[in-house]
Design a protein around this ligand. Structure first.
Ligand code: FAD
Ligand code: NA
Length: 385
């Protein structure tokens, strides 16, 4: 194997975008390594063998963006369906639409408020703690939308996401709780939205489908027994690294905090388990946060009518060995991150990118947008050095 012009660690959407740009704009020969047995990072999906239904292996992935450059870029690799995401929540045995909107409010208060009446009611209820500074998540939530709606729809769901009583969670976890005074319950308000028509994996594989891109799976950058390992490569070959930044530096400044999720997959002998793709569970008595039924992501497909697959989703703090998903971003995490940023700025011929490499929650369109910026601004110098 000859030495590549660029090594990319991690084949998620960040690494794939860098690989594709390095080839298209610089004619570079790229090797893309990933320690997992498949490419695509967390956006990867696979066909469930029992039902033939496409299942998002690492949790529900909905594509949406208002960035015209990203939208044009992704459509170079896949068509998108017209899917528009909607979420419902079950509270005390009743189903309500989310995000909290006029439909939720009128159903909850058994009323027929106009937009102005609902707004006046929520403003009054949110005034309960007026004049005080919220000291925890409970107080913050009440000050934003009032106690009744906060306690029904936000409090226990958020508590389950963090596995922590909301009175022990910092107020800073939420800065706003959107309430819509219309019946619009489209989840995303971005200009463009849809799901890859032939599935995520077809899209992701297409990005790497070029003779100049060599993909090596089950290959860990920190495994000295494979030739493209950190010790051998560092300073010799240009690298874009999209793995966890703390791992890169052997956790010398401490471990960054993450949340992770667990998914429990179940098959049912019915054509439709819950009538929608995502049902949240707002109450503390139900241990999971939500149920995903992937068939509803693709109503246009011919899926079997006598079988379905669901995923129950549980949320918790990540421990060593877990997949890191959502940065916790506590005050001490932010200090740790600054220390790692200094180290990474000094790291020879290595750029850090993506969700894990920058310790930032990035939606797919943000990961792609940020990789396109890196390709514009930093890749030419990296490849020239
Ligand atoms: P990743 O996809 O995490 O890819 C990083 C890759 O690096 C992984 O494949 C990993 O195996 C590899 N790697 C790490 N360390 C090493 C190593 N030492 N050696 C080799 N390889 C390594 N975005 C949306 O737009 N909509 C959604 O609905 C949505 N839902 C999400 C739900 C969940 C549960 C999660 C976790 C994310 C979700 N996202 C969603 C975000 C989306 O997955 C990210 O934008 C995208 O994954 C970011 O890509 P990335 O390349 O930065 O990271
Ligand atoms: Na660097």
């Amino acid at each position: 194997m000859s030495t590549p012009d660029l090594l990319i660690v991690g084949s998620g959407l960040f690494g794939l975008t860098i690989a594709e740009r390095a080839v298209a704009e610089h004619g570079a020969r790229v090797t893309l390594i990933d320690r997992r047995p498949h490419l695509g990072g967390n956006a990867y999906s696979e066909v469930d063998p029992v039902t033939g239904i496409e299942v998002h292996k690492y949790g529900a992935h909905l594509f949406h963006t208002s960035n015209p450059r990203v939208w044009e870029y992704v459509r170079g690799f896949t068509d998108f369906t017209g899917y528009q995401h909607k979420v419902y929540t079950t509270h005390q045995g009743v189903v309500y639409p989310l995000p909290i909107n006029l439909g939720t409010i009128n159903q909850f208060f058994q009323a027929a408020y106009s937009p102005a009446e609902a707004r006046a009611l929520i403003t009054e209820q949110a005034g309960e703690l007026a004049g005080t500074d919220p000291e925890n998540l409970d107080e913050k939530g009440i000050s934003l939308i009032g106690r009744p709606l906060y306690e029904a729809f936000i409090k226990n769901y958020t508590g389950k996401q963090w596995q922590t009583d909301p009175k022990d969670l910092p107020a800073s976890i939420i800065s706003r709780l959107p309430v819509r005074y219309t019946y619009d319950n489209r989840y995303f308000s971005d200009k463009y939205e849809g799901l890859p028509a032939q599935g995520y994996t077809a899209w992701l594989e297409r990005m790497a489908d070029h003779p100049n891109i060599e993909v090596q799976l089950e290959t860990d950058y920190f495994d000295d027994s494979q030739p493209l390992n950190k010790e051998a490569v560092r300073g010799n070959i240009p690298v874009v690294y999209t793995g966890p930044i703390d791992r890169y530096f052997d956790y010398q400044q401490g471990e960054l905090g993450w949340r992770t999720i667990d998914l429990e997959t179940e098959h049912h002998e019915v054509g439709d388990f819950q009538g929608t793709s995502v049902m949240n569970y707002a109450d503390v008595e139900v241990p999971y946060t939500r149920i995903i039924e992937p068939r509803h992501f693709h109503p246009e497909r011919d899926y079997p009518t006598d079988r379905t697959v669901i995923q129950r989703e549980y949320s918790r703090f990540a421990e060593s060995g877990d997949e890191p998903y959502y940065p916790i971003n506590s005050g001490s995490d932010r200090e740790t991150l600054l220390a790692y940023r200094e180290l990474s700025d000094a790291e020879p011929r290595t750029l850090f990118g993506g969700r894990l490499g920058t310790y930032q929650y990035l939606d797919m369109h943000m990961a792609i947008g940020s990789a396109l910026s890196m390709a514009d601004n930093k890749l030419p110098d990296l490849l020239r050095a």
